[in-house]
Every structure is written in C-alpha cells, then in structure tokens.
Design a protein around this ligand. Structure first.
Ligand code: CMC
Length: 428
C-alpha cells in the first residue's frame, strides 16, 4: 500500500500522497492542500520544501554525498573533463568517444561573440565588478539571438541555444578579465580544448605565444567540475523560477548570475580571500580572536557553513587536497593557505561551530587556488558561474522538458487590514 500523510486541521483530516525518490528521499505532496483545506504550508527560506522532482543531482548533506546523474563527485573530479561532465549533466549519460568529439567540436563552432557584444564592455567604468558585467552579458546575448526568445520553438533550436551559451561563456569570462586590466581581448583558438581555450584567452597575450600549463588545465577542470551543479540552491532555484515563466535561457541564467553574486552564495569565494587577507594583515594572524568574534556574531566566517551539508562538504575536501598539490606543483608558497588551515582548525575544534555543524564549504579553499593560478579576486565568482553554467542549463532544460508549472509561492500576509484612504490634510 502506498504511503500517505494525514493532516488534521480544525478537526478535519486530509490525506496526502508521499513521494519517494530513487535514494529513498521522502516528501509529502501537499499540492492539493490549499484547494482542499484553505491552508498553505509556511517555510521561510524553503529549508524544508522540495520544489521539483529532478533527475540531475543527488545530494545528501548528512553523509556528505554529491553525485551528478549517479556518478560521485570524487570520481568525476578524478577522472572526467569538464566538457564530459557538462555533457553528462545536459543529456543524462556520459558521452561515448564519438559523442564527446562531436559535442566538443560543436562547442568550438560557437565560441566567438558578436563584435557589438565586445563593444558593450566599453560602457563599464574602470573597476566595475565582473559579476555585474557578466549579468549584462547574459541578457545582452538574447539581443543577438532573437530566435532564442521563444524557448518552446523546438528541441533542436533549444539545443543550439544551449551550445551557444556554453561555448561563449569562456570567451565572455576571459574578456571580462582582459577588459578589467585594460588589455586587448584574445579571440578563441579552435586548436585548444574548452578549458585550455579559456586559459589562453585569459592569461595569453597578443604579443607572444601561450601554451596553457597542464597543471593549471588540470586544476581548472577540477574546479569547474566541482562547481558544475548543486541541485536546488539559491541561483539554480532562481534559474528555474525565471525559466518557469517561459523566459528564454539567457534571461534565466542572467538571473542565476545575479543570485550567485551574493556573499552568502557564490560571492563567498571572493569574501573568503578578502577575509583571510584581513586576518593576515589586520588581525595579525590571530585566528582565535576571529573565531571569538564570529561566535559573538560580530563577523561571519565566510567559507563556513552550508544550508544542506551538516557533516562536511565533499567539494571542500577535494579542494583542500587539490590546493596543497596545485600550490606545490606551481611552486607557490602562499601564507594565506597557512592562515586558512589555522582558521579551519580553530573553528572545527570550537563547540560553537561543532554544535551548529559548521564546516568549510566549497568556497573556503577555491580562492587560494584561483589566486595561485593568477586570477584577480573579483573574478572568483565569475569562475564559479563558468563552472555552474552546465548545471543551470541542465536544470532549465529539465524544467522546460517537463513543462513545469510557473513558480509562484504563496505568503502569509501580516500587514494592515482594510482601512479607508484619509485626506492628505488629516494625515499625521
Ligand atoms: N560563521 C559564523 N556563524 C555562522 C556561519 C558562519 N559562516 N554560518 C552559520 N552560522 C551560524 C548562524 O549565525 C546560526 O547561529 P544561531 O544558531 O546562533 O542563530 C547558525 O550558525 C545556523 O546558521 P543559519 O544561517 O541558520 O544557516 P543557513 O543554513 O541558513 O545558512 C549559509 C547557510 C551558507 C548561508 C551560512 O552558513 C553562511 O552565511 N555562511 C557564510 C557564507 C558562505 O560561506 N556561503 C557559501 C555557501 S557554499 C557555496 C554556495 O552555495 O555558494
């Protein structure tokens, strides 16, 4: 017999079906609750609300498990390339050698951006934040591809938009960095793979040859894979809710970029590095004082805590290890890594952090690697977006393929009740 949940309200009982996922996650399907009883559920911050049934990413916060389409993040980070993982997220299965070759070839065919899009960069003042620029570029893309404005045209048309967006993302991200430095932009080179091309456009120079260092290519592949999807987090839920209004893909991911920018989400990677520098320079490395201030709610420890992971963040584990290896291979001796390790140790042995299950998250160590690779701090969240792009697109695609209902939460109104409009002279 299928499981049911019974809710009793004002002496009347209502039965609701229980949904069980493939990993035995259970949810009470309350979609008919309001229609039957007049009640809605209340869950500020959606801490306890399943917004969709998805086949893409599985996450178990208690066990520290993260899987894309059933494959563990540890195995993917170890064995796969970012394009392979992108294919897996988008189409549901790992590609065969032929499928991967075709996929990578089609990506190379769409890496260029319209020259007028490059001119958009001219309007940004010096020092404007890369994430603001990325948001602009995402919505600007829709102007250059009016055929993409109707997301219901055909699966072929959608796929072309998907490929275009994924292909242009490294070009746009690299241009943001180049323009930020006042350097000439570099155009993509089809001889390079996806990640090497990005590194070439970012760190190459028009005046000389550039061959991406395999150590950096490997580190970048790992970083992008670790960020590629994370089920219904703040930016992904944003992409899905915008997409649910049948907004085009560029508009939907532009909204995702906006959500990611916040320091409680992807923006935390920039904050972590700035925090570590502050601890090194201003707090003179006194991590105990920093932890004490965090406990007194005087400051937030960026890179700590997660809405879902309450044991450890598997991405942070992989990154901590990768951080040691990358810095050693590049011969970088960054004192910030020592500050980070001391802060981690001080926090993890403190009852405040232990009781609240606050562990280092993906953003804690990623910034130290990005810095070692040569990225300026304000670019860090753009790199998160570059990695998250296949995830956002896959989630948008899944939503469209299922033709999910428009996202429209309810609220509990707690403002003034009906009152009559007073004449302006009588107002106090
Ligand atoms: N430093 C100090 N205290 C913290 C922290 C932190 N980083 N995170 C949570 N707490 C405390 C919080 O004050 C609360 O304490 P109390 O029980 O006394 O009120 C308790 O821990 C529970 O916190 P919460 O805010 O209810 O937890 P949440 O699940 O709503 O928030 C979070 C999760 C990630 C927003 C939060 O931990 C945070 O702001 N962390 C710092 C920012 C950060 O690193 N964000 C990146 C998240 S991972 C990558 C991504 O998703 O982009």
């Amino acid at each position: 017999m299928s499981e049911k949940a019974t809710i009793t309200l004002e002496g009347k009982s209502y039965e609701f079906p229980v949904i069980t996922g493939t990993e035995n996650e259970k949810a009470i399907d309350i979609s008919k609750l309001r229609g039957q009883s007049g009640y809605v559920t209340f869950d500020e911050g959606y801490k306890n609300t399943g917004s969709t049934v998805s086949n893409i990413t599985y996450l178990d916060g208690e066990q520290g498990i993260l899987r894309y389409r059933g494959y563990s993040i540890e195995e993917l980070a170890e064995k796969a390339s970012f394009t392979e993982v992108s294919y897996l997220l988008l189409y549901g299965e790992l590609p065969t050698a032929d499928q991967l070759r075709d996929f990578e070839h089609s990506l190379t065919q769409h890496t260029l951006v319209h020259e007028n899009l490059v001119k958009v960069f001219e309007v940004f003042p010096t020092g404007s934040h890369p994430m603001g620029q990325l948001m602009t570029m995402m919505s600007a893309l829709s102007s250059f591809y009016p055929d993409s404005l109707n997301p219901n045209k055909s699966p072929e048309a959608t796929n072309l938009t998907v490929i275009r967006l994924l292909a242009k993302m490294p070009t746009i991200c690299a241009m943001i960095q180049k323009k930020g430095k006042g350097h000439p932009v570099l155009y993509p080179q089809n001889k390079f793979d996806y990640v090497s091309n990005f590194l070439y456009m970012t760190f190459g120079n028009v005046t000389e040859d550039y061959t991406p260092d395999p150590v950096i290519v490997d580190a970048m592949n790992k970083l992008l894979i670790l960020h590629a999807d994370h089920e219904q987090n703040c930016s992904t839920s944003t992409v899905r809710i915008v997409g649910s209004s049948h907004a085009n893909l560029y508009a939907s991911v532009g909204a995702g970029v906006a959500a990611l920018w916040g320091p409680r989400h992807g923006g935390a990677n920039q904050e972590v590095l700035e925090m570590l520098e502050h601890i090194r320079d201003i707090d003179k490395g006194d991590v105990k004082k920093v932890v004490a201030e965090a406990k007194d709610k005087k400051r937030l420890l960026f890179g700590f805590g997660h809405r879902v992971y309450k044991n450890f963040d598997p991405r942070a584990k992989i990154l901590k290890d990768a951080c040691d290896k990358v810095l050693a291979k590049l011969g970088v001796n960054d004192p910030l890594l020592q500050v980070a390790k001391e802060l981690e140790e001080a926090a993890l042995t403190d009852p405040y952090f232990v009781e609240r299950k606050l562990y280092p998250n993906v953003d804690f160590y990623s910034g130290i690697i990005y810095k070692a690779l040569g990225f300026p701090t304000p670019m860090f969240t753009v790199l998160f977006a570059l990695g998250r792009m296949p995830g956002w697109i896959s989630q948008w695609k899944e939503l469209r393929e299922k033709n999910e209902d428009i996202g429209r939460p309810r609220q509990i109104y707690n403002g003034a009740t009906l009152r009559s409009f007073p004449d302006i002279k009588s107002r106090k």
